[in-house]
Write a protein that binds this ligand. Structure first.
Ligand code: UD1
Length: 427
């Protein structure tokens, strides 16, 4: 088969400034799409980015018999007919977030067959918390080499669930199952990410009874039936926003991101300020500019409200150019330093040991041919290319397209010099 692939080619050191829209949060909208399964009928979700992960989730829903269209940042989802409970391996392996259909399928139909997600580039990413949480509500399951076969022959019953780690995915699956379970579910040590609150708001708009989303304890009282939401607007993408803000911080700016709540990025904004970046936060926008040298800052990723793992690679680029040493601790995923080798190719001084990286700032990064091996790591390489001397070519950009809508066009509009070069591979 012949496949079209593209590289991103960047001429570094061009100043960038201007205003950009955050767009809708990938990590919210994928879960909202799954949650739509919980009610029969037509739903509209707005502020949806046209990225390949959204297309993959649309395909997962279509496999279930759901009609999905995406036009002008709005999704129309019609769940009137669901003809299958199967999420096949070719889609689940493409995107792990497909596992989010497990909870809603169990909630509404009491059965689901979801492929076991394959190995993931950034770590093992177990499902034990998803399983034990759903088992507490009455799910029975077994796995074979391909599928998780799940059912709730007696229906789902609310229960107390204490998560040993505030897993975002497990909290979401549990919420989506519990809204249609009989009685009360109390989730302790729940994830508190803004996307959890967005999902809860969406479920409440469907008629669910949920209290406490955004705190460590979420209480859900099951209802008999949910209704589709006429229109729901996805929150802004804090990770895309953070990525653009780092671009502004690297090159000086001023750069404004609109359509994002500063509270969703509080830990990252604090870090930028400590690094010597001026941050101006308004209700729904953030502006950054920098007139001083970068100050190195230690970074340790943690569940929200801690520093997000999805911004660790991008902030590492700032530390690469700061005057002095910084320690980066990746506490969420065990294999999230694949961008390090590529940054080293560009002249960065980084040493890794386990989940720690020691970064010694250098004066300048040099353009190079580098390979994107995951979504956020790939974005970090584009950022490094923007500030490096000479030309950088980032390959394997399909990872970046999973989560960034028209990244090259948006950066070009801000003044960066970058293009995409298509080439064909026989494979
Ligand atoms: C994670 C991030 C989320 C980010 C998303 C996409 C955290 C806490 N979660 O969510 O912010 O937007 O990736 O990159 O930062 N785990 C288990 N068993 C389980 C579930 C998870 O051991 O059943 C482990 C994972 O292997 C991982 C950690 O918990 O090491 C975080 O998992 P989780 O929050 O569930 O991951 P995502 O939902 O993918």
């Amino acid at each position: 088969m012949t496949e079209l692939s593209t590289d991103i080619i960047i001429q570094g050191c061009q100043p960038i400034s201007g205003t950009i829209q955050a767009g809708g949060a990938k990590n919210s909208v994928l879960k909202l799409m799954a949650a739509a399964i919980l009610a029969a009928g037509q739903t509209h979700i707005t502020n949806v980015p046209d990225i390949s992960d959204v297309q993959t989730m649309a395909e997962v829903l279509r496999q279930l018999g759901v009609a999905v269209t995406l036009e002008q940042s709005a999704l129309t989802i019609d769940t009137s007919t669901v003809t299958s409970y199967v999420a096949p391996p070719e889609l689940v392996n493409q995107m792990r977030a497909s596992i989010a259909v497990l909870g809603p399928l169990l909630g509404r139909f009491h059965q689901a067959q979801v492929a076991v997600p394959g190995g993931c580039k950034i770590g093992e990413r177990q499902l034990d918390l998803h399983f034990s949480a759903l088992e507490a509500l009455g799910m029975q399951y077994h796995t074979d080499t391909v599928y998780i076969h799940a059912s709730a022959p007696q229906g789902l019953k609310g229960a107390p669930v204490n998560l040993s780690f505030p897993s975002v995915g497990a909290t979401e699956n549990l919420m989506m199952a519990a809204v249609l379970a009989e009685g009360e579910t109390v989730i302790d040590n729940a994830a508190r990410e803004p996307e959890i609150v967005d999902l809860a708001d969406y479920l409440v708009a469907m008629g669910a009874q949920i209290k406490g989303a955004g705190t460590p304890q979420i209480r859900i009282i099951g209802v008999r039936q949910l209704k589709p939401v006429a229109e729901y607007q996805t929150i802004g993408d804090r990770i895309v926003s953070g990525t653009f803000l780092v671009a502004g911080a690297l090159l000086g700016g001023p750069l404004t991101v609109e359509g994002i709540k500063p509270a969703h990025l509080a830990a990252a904004l604090d870090k930028l300020i400590s690094m010597g970046v001026t941050v101006q936060a308004k209700e729904n926008s953030i502006t950054v500019f920098r007139e001083r040298p970068l100050i190195p800052q230690n970074i340790q990723t943690l569940p929200f409200p801690g520093f997000p793992t999805d911004l660790q690679p991008q902030f590492m680029v700032l530390d690469c150019l700061a005057k002095g040493q910084a320690l980066v601790a990746e506490n969420i995923f065990e294999n999230r330093f694949q961008h390090v080798r590529e940054l080293q190719q560009m002249g960065a001084h980084i040493k890794t040991q386990g989940h720690f990286a020691t970064v010694e700032g250098v004066e300048q990064l040099q353009g190079a041919i580098v390979q994107s091996s995951d979504l956020r790591g790939g974005a970090a390489l584009v950022l490094a290319g923007l500030v490096a001397k000479g030309q950088t070519r980032v390959t394997n950009t399909e990872h970046i397209d999973r989560g960034y809508e028209r990244l090259t066009e948006k950066l070009s509009a801000l003044g960066a010099t970058l293009t995409r070069a298509g080439w064909r591979t026989a494979g």
